[in-house]
Design a protein around this ligand. Structure first.
Ligand SMILES: *Cc1c(COP(=O)(O)O)cnc(C)c1O
Length: 461
C-alpha cells in the first residue's frame, strides 16, 4: 500500500515511511492510495477472532510488504499484552446502550490502544533501519501520558510532550511527570492546549528543524493511530451482532480532533455495516456545527469543559475526511484549507453537505447535560461514565442500542464524577499510587523558540 498527501504535493510513500513521517511534508495529512474493501463473508469469518488477530487482519492490507507478517503479529501481541482485560476492548450493556470500554490499557484511556502499538512500531522500524527519533506532541491530557507509556524506556527514542500547565487534571499530570525513564521529557507550557498544538505544528512545519532533530509525531495525525483505532469498531460490531453482516449498528463517538470518529468512518468505508456515526462534542462544537450547516468555522475561543480531552477548536484529522468527501480531489482540499487558514472558515454545500449528513449525526453536549447523563446512568444502572463517554451517551439519546465509545476510565476525571454523583469512581490498578509520587517536568512560556532550545539541549544531554 502506498500513502499520499491530502494536498497532493508528495511522491507516494510506503507504510513505514508514512508512519515515520507523521505529517506530510506539504502540510497535508497522509492517506492510503486506496481503502481495502472487506466483503460480508470475510466480516463473518473475522467475527470470532480475538482482538489481536483481528488487528492483524485489519492492518495487513494497509501495510502490505512494509512489515513481514510474522513481525507484525509479534508487534501486535506485545502491544496488547499490557492491557488489563483479556478482551482488550470489551463491550458491556448499560441501560439501552452498549458501552465499548476502551480504557483497559496502562494509562486508562482509549489512546493506549493506538499508542502501545505505535511505540513498538517505532522501535521496530528504527532497529531495522538504524537511527533515532525524537517524538514531539501536544496533549490536553490523555494523549501525552498514553504516548509516554507507549515509548518509555525504549531504545532510540526520546519523547517531548507539551501540555497546558494547570489545565489538565492533577492525576493526568502525575501520569506524565512521575516516570523514572530518562527518555521521557514532559514540558509544561504557560498557555492553552491550542497554544501547545500551535507550537508543535510550527516545529513540524520548520523542515530544517524537523529534519535536523529527527522529529516524529504521535498526535492523531499519524496514520498508524487511525489504523489501530479502526480495529475496535470491527471488534465491537462482531460482539454485538454475532458477526451477522445484515446487522447495522450505530456508534457514538466523543471526539475533538476527529481522530476517533475518522477511524469509524474508515471502518465504514472498508465495508463494516455501520448505520450512523454520531459525532459527540462538548461546547467546543466546530464539528457539530459543520455537520448541521456545512460551515466549518473557528469559534471565538476554546472553552474549558468537564471533558477536557475534547476542548479543541480545530480538528486536526478533519482534513482527511474533506479529502474523501471530495473524492480525493487534492487541489480542492488545498483550496479549502488555504481558505480556512486565512479566514478561519470553510464551507461545503449542496450534494456534499447532504453526503456529510448521511455520513454523520452530531450533537453538542453542555457540561450540565454531561453531569446529568453521568447521574442518570449511575442512578439507573450503577455504572459510572467518564465525562467524555457521557457526552457520547447523551448524544446517542435518540439511537437506542448504539455502541457508545467509553474513551477513558471515570477515575481519571473524579472531580467531575464527584460533582455528578457525590462519590468518586474507584481507581483502576493502573492509576494507583500516582498522587504519592513527585512530579518532574520543565516549565516554559508559550514560545516556539524556547521549546526549540529545550529540545536541542535535551538531545545533547
Ligand atoms: C483524546 C480523547 C478524546 C477525543 O479523541 P479524538 O482523537 O479527538 O477523536 C475523547 N475522550 C478522551 C478521554 C480522550 O482522551
Amino acid at each position: 500500500m502506498r500513502y499520499l498527501s491530502t494536498r497532493g504535493g508528495m511522491v507516494p510513500l510506503a507504510f513505514d515511511e508514512a508512519v515515520m513521517m507523521g505529517l506530510a511534508t506539504d502540510g497535508g495529512l497522509l492517506v492510503p492510495a486506496e481503502i481495502p474493501r472487506i466483503e460480508p463473508q470475510q466480516l463473518r469469518a473475522w467475527s470470532g477472532l480475538r482482538f489481536q488477530d483481528l488487528a492483524f487482519a485489519v492492518a495487513m492490507p494497509f501495510i502490505g510488504a512494509a512489515i513481514p507478517p510474522a513481525d507484525l503479529r509479534d508487534l501486535i501481541e506485545r502491544s496488547y499484552a499490557t492491557f488489563a482485560h483479556p478482551e482488550i476492548t470489551p463491550v458491556v450493556k448499560v441501560g439501552g446502550h452498549w458501552i465499548l470500554e476502551l480504557f483497559h490499557g496502562p494509562t486508562a484511556s482509549f489512546k493506549d490502544i493506538a499508542l502501545q502499538w505505535l511505540g513498538n512500531l517505532f522501535t521496530y522500524l528504527l532497529e531495522r533501519k538504524g537511527g533515532t527519533l525524537n517524538i514531539l506532541g501536544a496533549t490536553s491530557g490523555d494523549t501525552g501520558s498514553a504516548a509516554i507509556y507507549g515509548v518509555r524506556g525504549k531504545p532510540r527514542i526520546q519523547i517531548f510532550i507539551l501540555y497546558p500547565k494547570g489545565r489538565i487534571s492533577p492525576l493526568q499530570e502525575r501520569q506524565m511527570t512521575t516516570l523514572p525513564d530518562a527518555n521521557v521529557h514532559p514540558i509544561a507550557i504557560r498557555g492553552t492546549f491550542d497554544d501547545t498544538q500551535a507550537i508543535v505544528k510550527a516545529l513540524f512545519n520548520d523542515l530544517e528543524f524537523k529534519t535536523a532533530h529527527r522529529l516524529g509525531a504521535v498526535n492523531s495525525i499519524n496514520w498508524a493511530r487511525i489504523l489501530a483505532q479502526t480495529v475496535y469498531y470491527f471488534h465491537a460490531w462482531a460482539r454485538v451482532t454475532g458477526g451477522d453482516p445484515e446487522q447495522r449498528v450505530s456508534f457514538a463517538v466523543p471526539t475533538g480532533n476527529f481522530g476517533d470518529v475518522f477511524a469509524g468512518y474508515l471502518a465504514q468505508r472498508m465495508g463494516l455495516p455501520i448505520e450512523r456515526l454520531i459525532i459527540a462534542t462538548n461546547r467546543n462544537d466546530i464539528l457539530t456545527r459543520f455537520v448541521q450547516t456545512g460551515v466549518y468555522a473557528r469559534g471565538p475561543e476554546v472553552y474549558q469543559t468537564l471533558s477536557p480531552a475534547m476542548d479543541i477548536q480545530v480538528a486536526s484529522n478533519f482534513e482527511r475526511y474533506l479529502y474523501y468527501l471530495h473524492d480525493g480531489d487534492t487541489a480542492r482540499v488545498r483550496t479549502l484549507l488555504e481558505t480556512f487558514a486565512q479566514s478561519g472558515r470553510l464551507e461545503v454545500t449542496g450534494d456534499r453537505l447532504r453526503q456529510v449528513q448521511a455520513d454523520f449525526a452530531a450533537a453538542a453536549v453542555s457540561d450540565a447535560e454531561t453531569l446529568g447523563q453521568i447521574r442518570e446512568t449511575y442512578e439507573t444502572t450503577g455504572y459510572i461514565l467518564c465525562p467524555h463517554t457521557a457526552v457520547g451517551v447523551r448524544a446517542a439519546r435518540d439511537f437506542p442500542e448504539a455502541i457508545c465509545l467509553a474513551t477513558a476510565h471515570p477515575a481519571k476525571f473524579n472531580a467531575a464524577i464527584y460533582q455528578a454523583i457525590g462519590r468518586e469512581a474507584p481507581l483502576p490498578a493502573a492509576l494507583e499510587g500516582l498522587m504519592d509520587r513527585t512530579p518532574r517536568f520543565i516549565e516554559l512560556a508559550a514560545d516556539t523558540e524556547a521549546v526549540k532550545r529545550q529540545i536541542a539541549a535535551s538531545m545533547q544531554g
